[in-house]
Design a protein around this ligand. Sequence first.
Ligand code: ATP
Length: 256
Amino acid sequence: MAKELLKATDVSEVFGGLKAVSDFNFHIDKGELVGLIGPNGAGKTTAFNLITGVYQPTTGEIHFDGKSIVGLKPYQITQRGIARTFQNIRLFSELTVLENVKIAFHFHVKYGLLESVFRMGRYFSEEEKIEEEALKLLKIFHLEDKADELAKNLPYGAQRRLEIARALAAKPKLLLLDEPAAGMNPQETKELMEMISWIRKEFGLTILLIEHDMSLVMGICERIYVLEYGMIIAQGTPDVIKNDPEVIRAYLGGEA
Ligand SMILES: Nc1ncnc2c1ncn2[C@@H]1O[C@H](COP(=O)(O)OP(=O)(O)OP(=O)(O)O)[C@@H](O)[C@H]1O
């Protein structure tokens, strides 16, 4: 059996009087592709914000790779190996497509200040390596022809793909995708699904995704958690979820 990579135990998050996430217990094993679904306001993005250190849990524990990550800052959690994309795309809009990916790589390079000032030695070889790796990622996401365009000038679907490419530049073990297919047409969504499956294998990733597009969730996730009012009301394989009466009631508006 695969080893647990992420585990949340009795996690709650209270905003004022509202329990946005309540007694959240879940786990993701290494290599799994797991979906997190639920109606608007169910607490999905709050769960992502708790995992990535944007919020601290009011109560409960979160372990990543066997160690607690509660209390760590978002950048420390990125360094531990968790990267994410956002529901509202957050790119450096005035930078080029290539620069957006190269910036993320820079978190991982090791060269001293003097070397970078004088642009000598290791700096050059690191820069060349970064550019090469960034271009490789752009190719995976069919963005290599757009490398020199400003990020803001890309069509919406391409901006979403660029966000994933940038997240991968942080070399994560766990990738969190917040509505990656939002705003995409069916053809773009289909291509995105193939890309997600491919990068998982290629990079040995574990993936947790929030998505409203049921064809995507049911098509690629092995396991799904369903949230309603901050609580997990169901979990299981796509077949189990599709036929769960609680899910049909809560999420699909009563239609079988
Ligand atoms: N920073 C905050 N302060 C106060 N309330 C918040 C905060 N963040 C989220 N909430 C509330 O917590 C609840 C869960 O919100 P969240 O954004 O996590 O839901 P969601 O499942 O991601 O919804 P959607 O599908 O609409 O994105 C909502 O009632 C929301 O208004």
